[in-house]
Write a protein that binds this ligand. Structure first.
Ligand SMILES: NC(=O)c1ccc[n+]([C@@H]2O[C@H](COP(=O)([O-])OP(=O)(O)OC[C@H]3O[C@@H](n4cnc5c(N)ncnc54)[C@H](OP(=O)(O)O)[C@@H]3O)[C@@H](O)[C@H]2O)c1
Length: 295
């Protein structure tokens, strides 16, 4: 069985690769040099915006499943570069969904808890998304494309992803935070953003599981601890033995140059706990897992 991973040099993709290793023939698309440099990965260097080359590659590989992690994933960058964000998050997803439909490949799309406006919290899969920033707008459009393309496709809404990069690098806030705490630099964390963080190891396992099972539709992949980002950072600093005085509480609406954020995008993970073999963890369990995980 062939698995194609987009954004293969990214943070989430590193864990996906680790879990797929030995079970799938793994193909990965990245646009830079192969940062993952992982034995067993068949690496394809490609800008996903090149629709013609992308179609050729799909027809050559004919993947059984595609885990689409590639995106412009930084909320503030999307707000400032809306045309590029639309291309990266919507147009590329449309090309991939069409190719998957033509070849009968199952598509697992990485969406986000940020699709919700944050006024309610504990969001379930049947709650209606409402964007408060442009990143969320692009993800909501992409979700619709993926769901319309085929009943077998999956829209996986990821909570805030916590962990150390498993393979390669990517945008890990934990790695950045540890780097700063190590140097005694204080780190600001919003007190007004409530999330249900998921560790990157559990997430990779869940995404690979869905590539190979019968589940189709929307699913919330989130941890079992509902917590604001400031409290979460305190927990992390305590667990790792750093001074909690270095963790600063801030209001994200007062942080300069930031796109609007939703307050409480905690997600209910009942469906994931019901349909997946991969267990959803608490914050401390997830932190332990990501700190000690070896491939
Ligand atoms: N991390 C989180 O907390 C979080 C939470 C919710 C949802 N998500 C979603 O989960 C997915 C993975 O996130 P992540 O944290 O792993 O992001 P990441 O580390 O930034 O990885 C995304 C990858 O996509 C690649 N990419 C972007 N545009 C491309 C293009 N045109 N052609 C080829 N590759 C392209 C990037 O390549 P370059 O390095 O060359 O730019 C990057 O390696 C994203 O869809 C994100 O929206 C993430």
């Amino acid at each position: 069985m062939k698995l194609l991973i987009t954004g293969v040099n990214g943070f989430v993709a590193g864990s996906v690769m680790a879990h797929a290793k030995g079970k799938w023939e793994i193909h990965g698309i990245g646009r830079s040099e192969n940062l993952a440099n992982e034995t067993g990965l068949i690496y394809h260097k490609l800008d996903l915006l090149d629709g013609e080359k992308l179609a050729d590659l799909f027809n050559e590989i004919r993947p059984d499943a595609v885990i689409h992690t590639a995106a412009m994933a930084n909320i503030d960058t999307c707000q400032k570069n809306q045309e590029m964000a639309e291309q990266a998050n919507v147009e590329i997803t449309l090309s991939i969904a069409n190719l998957c439909r033509q070849l009968g490949s199952k598509l697992i799309f990485c969406s986000t808890d940020a699709v919700f406006d944050g006024t309610k919290g504990d969001y379930t899969e049947s709650d209606v998304p409402r964007a408060v920033n442009f990143y969320a707008e692009t993800k909501i459009k992409a979700e619709k494309i993926v769901l319309v393309a085929s009943d077998q496709n999956v829209v996986a809404r990821l909570a805030l992803v916590m962990g150390l990069p498993v393979i390669g690098k990517g945008n890990s806030f934990l790695a950045d935070t540890i780097g700063k705490l190590e140097k005694g630099i204080s780190v600001p964390f919003p007190v007004n953003e409530t999330r249900t963080p998921i560790d990157v190891v559990t997430l990779g396992s869940a995404l690979v599981e869905m590539a190979g099972n019968q589940f189709g539709g929307i699913i919330h992949l989130s941890g079992c601890t509902k917590i604001n980002r400031y409290q979460m950072a305190l927990e992390i600093a305590k667990t790792l033995g750093y001074s909690t005085e270095l963790i600063q509480s801030v209001d994200s609406n007062a942080m300069e140059g930031r796109a609007p954020r939703s307050n409480d995008v905690s997600m209910d993970n009942s469906l994931a706990r019901k349909v997946l073999k991969t267990p959803m963890l608490t914050l401390s369990e997830g932190l332990k897992l990501t700190l000690h995980f070896k491939i």
